[in-house]
Design a protein around this ligand. Structure first.
Ligand code: SAM
Length: 450
């Protein structure tokens, strides 16, 4: 599929003599890359690593593209498949976020969750993350990816950025990974070439300014706004950063980058090109809030606390060092949510300010005296070592992930945490000679497995 003429003209002005190299690079096979989950290391994986991605500690280029769906480690959240340039967010984050204590982070355009999982890996146990996605039908994949990643100090919301105004100045870091004209995806996604037009670029640029204006309000005094796109277009990138700095009183932050990475650095941000960097087109800029004040609502979660008897029953399920740092509440539908005690204020503010959002980390529900653990709980690192586990080999793991039954040695009745490479995959319950597979139906592998 040919490139739009006007696009080539723009790139000619931009790249000059390098244009043929750029065009040639767009016809090559895109590199395949993944990022390991530092919270979930495992020996069992089918990945053939080629080399480390210089700007991301856990990022790796692969020698070839496996069928990720058929790797149980992928379903356990051992890694995320992510385009390499976008992992530069990590390098930027490490340089501009200067911690004096726990931080609050917002990913305003989050689905499917690539950058959210990267942010989560950069956060500690008392940091707090909100992942927002305005498009409802993209929420399912966001939830799935974040559950697999296992970071639980998290609220997922489904709101327009303009409806966050009760959280003015609340977040230390706000990421706007904006919807854009997608020029940087012209190699990976040929359809993106079809959708491109100057009018679309103008529409994207105007939408980005709306999102940026809303995002800017949410940044704490001296906090950081990170803006990224997967386009080369100056109207969407540099022009928007300049506009933001000028009109909303932000200042672009300096970032040091080794010359050998060969990333284009301009006054207001970094640009990746496929003929210079091993990855797709990507732009990123970081700005500091120079003036705005914090005026967010405060509050505590107003759910009912878990009854004492049920809390006692729950104790057996959760690692003791984690259990002692958690509060438990009932949601209206009876599901139990767990929140770190140290973060109740953060949860309170966000739960009050946003109406379309999750309530926190759901760990399960009581049915009479029986606790039915949630799938997200299986994927977290909270499950107590005293809960029985069933380590599966690849063939059985894939059966489990297809939501089919499989043979295993007879044992006592009850719940078993199914694992692969010692990472939680989900729950089964053995009742007599029957086995119930608790994998959520919508998550099951639909592909044929040999
Ligand atoms: N950050 C994601 C990742 O790394 O996986 C990719 C985000 S994608 C580039 C941009 C997201 O912005 C899309 O999920 C899209 O649905 C969302 N979006 C579209 N219109 C929006 C708007 N007006 N405000 C906020 N987000 C919007």
């Amino acid at each position: 599929m040919t490139l739009p003429e006007k696009f080539i003209e723009n790139m000619q002005t931009r790249l000059g003599e390098a244009l043929p190299d750029f065009q040639k690079a767009l016809d090559t096979v895109p590199p395949v890359s993944i990022r390991f989950n530092p919270a979930k290391s495992t020996q069992k994986t089918v990945l053939e690593i080629e080399e480390t991605i210089p700007w991301s500690e856990n990022g790796r280029y692969l020698k070839s593209r496996p069928v990720f769906t058929l790797d149980p480690a992928f379903h356990a959240g051992a890694y995320y498949v992510q385009e390499a340039s976008s992992m530069f967010l990590e390098h930027v984050f490490k340089q501009v976020v200067h911690r004096k204590g726990p931080i609050k982070v917002l990913d305003l355009c989050a689905a499917p969750g690539g950058k959210t999982t990267l942010l989560a890996s950069l956060l500690g146990k008392d940091d707090f993350l909100v992942a927002n996605e305005v498009v409802k039908n993209r929420l399912g994949i966001l939830k799935e990816n974040l559950s697999k990643w296992g970071f639980n100090n998290l609220i997922i919301s489904n709101q327009d950025p303009e409806t966050f105004s009760d959280l003015e100045g609340f977040f230390d870091v706000v990421l706007v990974d904006a919807p854009c004209s997608g020029e940087g995806m012209f190699r990976k996604d040929l359809n993106a070439r079809n959708e491109w037009s100057e009018a679309h670029v103008q529409m994207c640029s105007a939408r980005q300014r709306r999102i940026l204006s809303a995002a800017a309000m949410l940044v704490a005094p001296n906090g950081v706004l990170i803006y990224s796109t997967c386009t080369f277009n100056e109207h969407e990138n540099h022009d928007n950063v300049k506009w933001l700095n000028r009109t909303l009183d932000f200042e672009t932050l300096k970032i040091e980058t080794p010359d050998e990475w060969n990333i284009e650095e301009k006054e207001n941000g970094f640009q990746f090109f496929p003929h210079r960097n091993k990855g797709e087109g990507f732009f990123i800029a970081t700005m500091k809030n120079l003036s705005r004040e914090a005026r967010f609502v405060k509050g505590k979660p107003d759910f009912n606390r878990l009854k004492r008897e049920q809390r006692a029953l729950l104790e057996a399920w959760i690692k003791p060092e984690v259990f002692s740092e958690l509060e438990f509440y009932y949601k209206n539908d009876g599901n139990i949510i767990a929140m770190r005690t140290a973060l109740l204020g953060q949860y309170g503010s966000v739960l009050r300010a946003l109406s379309k959002r999750s309530s926190g980390f759901e760990i399960g529900i009581f049915k009479g005296k029986d606790f039915v653990p949630s799938h997200a709980f299986a994927l977290s690192d909270m499950v107590s070592g005293s809960i029985k586990r069933l380590e599966l080999e690849e063939k059985e793991a894939l059966k489990f992930l297809k939501k089919e039954n499989f043979d295993f040695e007879e044992g006592e009745n009850g719940w078993l945490l199914v694992t692969y490479g010692n990472l939680g995959l989900g729950w089964i319950k053995k009742i007599g000679d029957r086995m119930n597979n608790y994998l959520p139906t919508e998550w099951r592998i639909r592909m044929e497995v040999e």
